[in-house]
Design a protein around this ligand. Sequence first.
Ligand code: PLP
Length: 400
Amino acid sequence: MTESVRRHVAGLAPDELPSYVYDLAALRDHAAAVRAALPERVELYYAAKANPEAPVLTALGEAVDGYEVSSGGELAHVRAAVPGAPLAFGGPGKTPAEIVAAVDAGVHRWHVESEQELHRLAAVLADRPGMVVDVLLRVNLPVRTGTLDAVALAMGGRPTPFGLDPDCAEECVRLLTDGGPIGRQLRLRGVHAHLASGLAATEHLALAEGIVAWSAALADRHGFPLDEVNVGGGMAVDYDDPGHRFDWTAFGDGLAKLLDAHPGLILRIEPGRALTAYCGWYATEVLDVKGSHGEDFAVLRGGTHHLRTPATRGHSQPFEVLAVEAWPHPWPRPAVTTGRATLTGQLCTPKDVLARAAEGADGLRTADRVLFAMAGAYAWNISHHEFLMHPHPGFHYLGG
Ligand SMILES: *Cc1c(COP(=O)(O)O)cnc(C)c1O
C-alpha cells in the first residue's frame, strides 16, 4: 500500500470501515507511464465499465484520449463527469432510446455490433439530415486455436454474442460503401475487436497483428480507406502477484513496429482493468477470529457484497495487514494461531471468501486492519450491494 493510503486508513474510526480508498496521485502517475510507453499513433481510451467513479474518470483525463462507454447510463455519466471528452460507444444490445441519446450526444465513434444496429442507426440519422457519424465495425475474428485458451475471459474467436461474424462484417461493409442510403450518414472508419481479457503483452501483440492484417485485407477487398483499428482492452492484471505488471514498454514497442508497416493508420486501445486496478484498496477490520475443524477463519467487517472480484474470479484477493495494538476489552483477543486463515465477510454464505487459507494472515488479531489491494477495477461496481442489507462502504479519494 502507498504511504498516503496507510496513513489515511490508520486514521479512520472502526465505523468508517469498510472503505474504498483510492490513491488518485498514484493513478495519474500510472496512466502517464502507460501513455508514455505508447507510440504517437496509438490512442488510449479508458473502458469506463472497469470503474466509472467520477474522481477516477477525472484523474485519468490528462493521460487518455477518450473513454469507451457501453450503455446509455455510462454515456450520460461519463459525459457529466468529463465534459467534452471524446466517447466511443460500444456494447451489444443497444436499445433504440440509447441509440437516439448517443446520436444526440455526438459520440466520437460507434462500435457497431450487428447489421440491424446499422439499420437502426441509419434510421435515427435519417431524421437528422446532414449529420454524419463515424463507425467502426466490431468483429468477432477467428483466432488461431489455442491462442485464447489460457485467458480469463474470451469475448471472441469462438461463439459469443459480441461483434459481427466475419461474413456479416463483409455484408455490413457492402451496405456502408455501395453508395446506398446507409453509407450517406455513416462513415466507415475501420474495425474494432476486443477479443479477450487477461492477455500478456506478447499475446496481445499477436492478436493486434492478426486484427490489423485482417482489417487491411477487408479494406483492400472493398476498396475503402482503413483509417483506424481498435484492438480492444484486456491487458492482464495478475492478482496472484501484484508486482507482476503488464509490460507496457514491450507492448508500445510492438505497436510501433505494427504502425511502421501501416503508414497513416491510427491504432486505438481501450484498457479498463490494467489502468485502474492498482489505485484502489478495500480497507476493513477483523471483527472476529475463530477456529473451525482445525482451520482459522477471520471474519471481516464487509465482504464480497462490497468486493465481489475474488468470488467471481475464484482467486484470493491480495492484502496487507495494518496492525492495531490497542485492545481495550477485558476478554482475550481472538487471533489466528494456525499459521494461516481464510478471510471471510459478514454474509451468511460460504461463498463470502475474500482470501482462502492465506499465510499473510498468520497472527492476525481481532481489530487489526486488512487492506485488500487491486480493488480499483471491477470491484465495488460489480458487487451485489444490497444482499443482507449491510451498510455501504465509505469512499475516499486521496491526492485528487
Ligand atoms: C470490458 C471491455 C474493455 C475493457 O476490458 P479490460 O479487461 O478491463 O481491459 C474494453 N473493450 C470492450 C469492448 C469491453 O467490453
